[in-house]
Design a protein around this ligand. Structure first.
Ligand code: NAD
Ligand code: ZN
Length: 375
């Protein structure tokens, strides 16, 4: 082969390499009703020394519960109860890291997050920040983390976000709501025990479950879709339909929603979310509205973008007799609306996935103001 041809070939290989992303996946997962009781034996080989504790971040909804007593504590392990009332903040991550550093002379052996997306994301972020200098806010973005996190485990107690499989931890920072997206974010171990989701309030079950459904709609209708994402997205969609439109026994519905969340999360790994997520980030940033509910509030107004998905959403909402709050944006100040729109529009990959590279032709601040105005 002459040199010129070889150079062209090498260039093409380089370009192709740059085009295909190489994603980490959760290397270990255990699934089954009651498998939480195996957590202790799973952690044993990960314990570095008697002084290097396992730190359990537990949603404070479980304070005084049976679950709290089942946590496999050894030597100086510690449970930190954390409220999921508000979505995780970079400042909250920083102070948890300081608290843990002050409490122990040695680096912990691991961080175990037990709860919904809020606790899972906190566990991921704390595990990263225990080995990386500075504030969590410095790492919001893509591939800014350079040192591996400490061992971290995710134990979901409500299903839908896909946070258990994703390579991101979504944080509210000083000037943005954005994930720490990195190869070190993904959990080292996930424990899927559907029985832990018993007791989730019905509205919250629906909101977080709809997060998964909306991941499927946005991924399957996105321009970034490839066969990898499609295969996971279709499975997650099928499971969501069974759970939210069928009449499954409760135990089976819990199992299927947990797997829907997993597949939905896998589906967006290689694609992106879309319009509902972009606009829901705005709602969350300005009004503090939580992810699941925010997605539902936005998604019901998106018939022009996702006609079939929104129609099915209405049928699911009615079947489960869910009433979404109204008039959320009616009393909003002009500056608040502007900042909501700025946050939403800044999420360019989401718009590009939803509408293609010429998305700016269809989307303007006025279009968003109109949609927000109807929420
Ligand atoms: P959540 O963690 O905020 O919890 C919602 C509510 O359910 C809380 O009141 C919590 O205490 C309660 N709850 C949880 N488990 C319960 C149980 N078994 N019994 C009774 N109550 C229970 O909810 P979520 O919707 O799972 O998570 C939302 C968060 O996830 C947001 O911060 C969002 O940004 C994040 N998220 C992250 C990703 C990711 O890939 N990292 C993806 C989507 C969403
Ligand atoms: Zn989501």
């Amino acid at each position: 082969m002459d040199l010129k041809k070889e150079m062209v070939l090498k260039k093409r290989v380089r370009e192709e390499k740059a085009n295909f992303r190489n994603f980490p996946m959760v290397p270990r997962v255990i699934f089954g009703n009651g498998c939480f009781d195996q957590l202790g034996e799973i952690l044993i080989p990960r314990r570095k020394s008697i002084d290097a504790p396992m730190i359990f971040l537990l949603d404070d909804v479980f304070k005084g519960s049976k679950l709290a007593t089942r946590i496999p504590l050894l030597s100086n392990d510690k449970i930190l109860f954390i409220s999921a009332e508000q979505e995780p903040k970079t400042t909250q991550v920083d102070s948890l890291v300081t608290e843990i550093r002050d409490m122990f002379s040695e680096q912990p052996s691991g961080i175990i997050g037990i709860g919904g997306g809020t606790l899972l994301d906190l566990a991921k972020a704390v595990a990263i920040m225990l080995t990386n200098p500075g504030s969590a806010a410095h790492y919001q973005g893509w591939d800014l983390v350079h040192k591996p996190a400490i061992y971290h485990v995710g134990v979901p107690t409500i299903s839908g976000t896909g946070a258990e499989v994703s390579r991101t931890t979504v944080l509210l920072g000083p000037d943005k709501k954005l994930g720490i997206n990195s190869d070190f974010t993904t959990f080292d171990q996930v424990l899927l025990d559907p029985a832990l989701t018993i007791g989730v309030p019905k509205d919250q079950w629906f909101y977080t479950g709809m997060d998964c459904y909306i991941h499927c709609v946005e991924s399957l209708n996105g321009t970034f879709l490839n066969t990898f994402s499609q295969s996971y997205g279709e499975k997650a969609m099928e499971l969501c339909k069974e759970v939210f439109m069928g009449n499954l026994p409760e135990e089976l519905a819990r199992e299927k929603l947990m797997m829907a969340s997993w597949h939905g999360g896998m589906s967006i790994a290689y694609s992106q979310v879309g319009v509902a997520h972009a606009m829901s980030y705005g709602l969350s940033y300005v009004l503090g509205i939580k992810h699941g509910l925010g997605n539902c509030l936005v998604f019901q107004q998106l018939e022009e973008f996702y006609p079939d998905g929104v129609q099915r959403f209405f049928r699911m909402r009615d079947k489960h007799d869910i009433r979404l709050p109204e008039g959320i944006c009616h009393q909003m100040k002009e500056e608040e609306l502007e900042s909501m729109i700025t946050v939403a529009l800044s999420l360019e990959p989401l718009w590009e996935n939803a509408l293609g590279s010429d998305w700016r032709q269809r989307i303007s601040p006025d279009v968003l103001a109109d949609i927000y105005g109807r929420i």
